[in-house]
Write a protein that binds this ligand. Structure first.
Ligand code: KIV
Ligand code: ZN
Length: 387
């Protein structure tokens, strides 16, 4: 398999890891609507569901496979034949199917979840990949809780599953435990010590329990991973998964990393709103890239600098992520420059003295309101006594 060494593949799991969140469940038509937008966004892989988990999830994978043809369609399984058979059946219409199978890799999971041994787990991992490979060519293996796994055992596992036919090896930080340099070192170790590693793509799948999912994903990419797994808006179990929009915009902003994706970043904002409303999961206003305040400037110092040259306070252009535009929010912390900007926009061109007088009136109003809109400004200018 020949890959552009600088190309990062984007694996979206909004419809699987994201949809596992209580209250975020979607109907099949809703999933198809989101999947079509993910296809337009340019994601390389859509994880469509976990077919054995319920008849509804099985059917969603079937219907999604028919409706979406450009990205690879992936189905999750545990490392057993029943799960794999179900995934194979659900993927029967997929143009480019992938099975995502795996098992715990940390001693914590091996002992306390599987009541097993490293040897037995290794055997189950290899058997699952070999079994899945009989039906589907593209097999991704996940080493669950790899973030806390012994790196030597992890390397042994990765080598064995690649030898068994895995095309992608997913190294999940399932519990969002790692620090970025720990996670990055783990990926580097695998890159340098697994002798058949060049026959597979390393994938990063991080959770956000310590707020480090994006940082850890980037550390993984800097150390040789070439697939990133995440969700739109970072939705997912507990504190969520890596936000795809964050990782993609980091790669775009820091071109020095020399990595690129196939993502149409202008689609981010609209898709973020669609996922939020379909999944009934509001986006926090200060969310990076897609939050409603991500391009809003509200303090006097920032507004003044922004109005002189927007690059003083803008490292991403709002239009690059499909955001309507940057905004200068008028509050009691705004300065004269911001007020002048909005008044001119409304057709009022004031002298310095007039602006000073109006600014004092504005502050009185702003102190009694959370923010000031055009209506307030017009009232203040036209009927000063009523504003
Ligand atoms: O977080 C995780 O380990 C997972 C796997 C099932 C890939 O979601
Ligand atoms: Zn996960």
């Amino acid at each position: 398999m020949l890959h552009d060494p600088k190309r990062v593949y984007v694996f979206d799991t909004t419809l699987r890891d994201g949809e596992q969140v209580p209250g975020c469940q979607l109907t099949t038509p809703e999933k198809i609507e989101i999947a079509k937008e993910l296809e337009a966004l340019g994601v390389d892989i859509i994880e469509a569901g976990f077919p054995i988990s319920s008849p509804g999830d099985f059917q969603s994978v079937v219907e999604l496979s028919k409706a979406v043809t450009e990205p690879i369609i992936c189905a999750l399984t545990r490392a057993n034949k029943g799960d794999i058979d179900s995934a194979v059946a659900a993927l029967q219409y997929a143009k480019r199917p992938r099975i995502h199978t795996g098992i715990g890799s940390s001693d914590m999971h091996i002992k306390n979840k599987f009541n097993s041994t490293r040897e037995e787990i290794l055997e189950r991992a290899v058997d699952a990949v070999k079994y899945a490979k009989k039906s589907v060519e593209d097999i991704e293996f996940y080493a669950e809780d790899a973030g806390r796994a012994d790196v030597h055992f992890l390397a042994q596992m990765v080598e064995a599953v690649i030898a068994a036919g895995a095309t992608v090896v997913n190294i999940p930080d399932t519990n969002g435990y790692c620090l970025p340099d720990q996670y990055g070192s783990k990926i580097k170790f695998l890159k340098e010590n697994v002798k058949n590693i060049d026959q597979a793509i390393i994938s990063v799948h991080c959770h956000n329990d310590l707020g480090l999912a994006t940082a850890n994903s980037i550390a993984g990419l800097q150390n040789g991973a070439r697939q990133i797994e995440g969700t739109i808006n970072g939705i997912g179990e507990r504190a969520g998964n890596t936000s795809i929009e964050e990782v993609v915009m980091i790669l775009k902003t820091h071109q020095i990393l020399g990595l690129h994706t196939n993502i149409n970043t202008k689609n981010f904002y609209e898709l973020s709103r669609m996922v939020s409303s379909q999944m009934r999961m509001p986006v926090q206003p200060n969310k990076a890239i897609v939050g409603s305040n991500a391009f809003a400037h509200s303090s006097g110092i920032h507004q003044d600098g922004f109005l002189k040259n927007r690059e003083n306070y803008e490292i991403i252009r709002p239009e690059d992520v499909g955001f309507p535009d940057a905004s200068i929010v008028l509050t009691a912390r705004s300065g004269r420059h911001a007020l002048k900007f909005h008044l001119e926009r409304l057709g009022f061109n004031l002298s310095k003295e007039e602006l000073s007088e109006v600014y004092h009136r504005f502050l009185v109003i702003a102190d009694s309101k959370l923010d000031i809109n055009d209506q307030d400004l017009l009232l203040m200018m036209v009927k000063p006594q009523m504003a």
